[in-house]
Design a protein around this ligand. Sequence first.
Ligand code: ADP
Length: 399
Amino acid sequence: MNILVINCGSSSLKFQVIDTDNGNVLAKGLCERIGIDGAITYENVRDKGGKVKQETQIEDHKKAISLVLDALTDPRGGVIRSLKEIGAVGHRIVHGGEKFTKSVVITDEVIAAIREVSDLAPLHNPANLTGIQACQALMPDTPMVAVFDTAFHQTMPPKAYMYAIPLHYYEDYKIRRYGFHGTSHAFVSREVAKYIGKDASELKTIVCHLGNGASVSAVQYGKCVDTSMGLTPLEGLIMGTRSGDLDPAVVDYIASKENTDAAGVLQILNKKSGVEGLSGGLSSDFRDLWKARNNGDKKAELALDAWAYRVAKYIGAYTAAMNGVDVIAFTAGVGENDSASRALVMQYLGYLGITLDEEANNVRGDIAEISTKDSKVRVFVFPTNEELAIAQETYELVK
Ligand code: ADP
């Protein structure tokens, strides 16, 4: 079945058409600067058509979806003849709160429930809803499915998801840890198990999703028992521009020193911190940081060392949480492509009986076992594929 996968942000919309019979991507692309001016990039992957970018006015998300559907059905370069060839649409939804523990077919009640939890992700959920409504307006008879970034982590026990603050904040406002990147953690933990001929229900797995945004999860016998992101994606690891864990008192302290408010500080912690902040503003991109470090830049060295140390600490914590670990998987932009950063993390894992296989680690974007044969824990590079995971979930619900 052909599934249209939509990942809708406030001013952008990413899409892919995936044939779930074989997992092949037929077409993909991106609408940018929606509501500002606009541009659509479209790639016919099936026929190796290359990327075509067209600047055009995109006043709202409905216009964006209509441009996407036009491109998909265009006699030159399109991959389908009519919209009937799209069996369903899968929408990535950032926050499902506690209401959604798995993907669901979208109904009016589901839309209302996504709106209800929008307080928890005020930048993302409203944009995701706009994408759903734009698709419904143009494809009224096509089933749609919501796939939530938070759903996989809903199996965490209260001891892992509760913050030690007055209980009524949880009861009244649902303040707790939720975790994100759930589609990726679910996909990688399941697929890496399959790859080694096991079922996820037999393994204790730590998934390190290390991209610009980054999180670690502890997946015990197929269920997430802990993850590093919290109420929002700011908690946990040091990321491209996000600070990750810090003393909450820092917020007020920066606010008073810099004459700003909590919102101003959160902006700094989200956008100006992480490896970019630590490197003195050099870059959030690990390629730039390694280049600088290799040229003797001490700030880049500090940023990368602190980043790796934090990942290693979480691996240690999650090994304790599960009383052991069988498999560690590195995924996402840095995890899949950056052998030097992986090696930095692996330096800390000797106590687990892990030795890095340096030759095997010399890999980019492919599955590879990067621990030596005699290591006590198997470590893998395992590419994530969130779009394929969304397409598969969607297919399972509508088939
Ligand atoms: P997100 O989805 O959170 O935006 P990605 O998972 O796409 O992020 O990861 C993007 C990051 O991956 C880039 O910022 C860059 O730091 C890193 N990256 C991508 N390719 C490489 C590479 N070849 N070497 C090192 N780092 C890379």
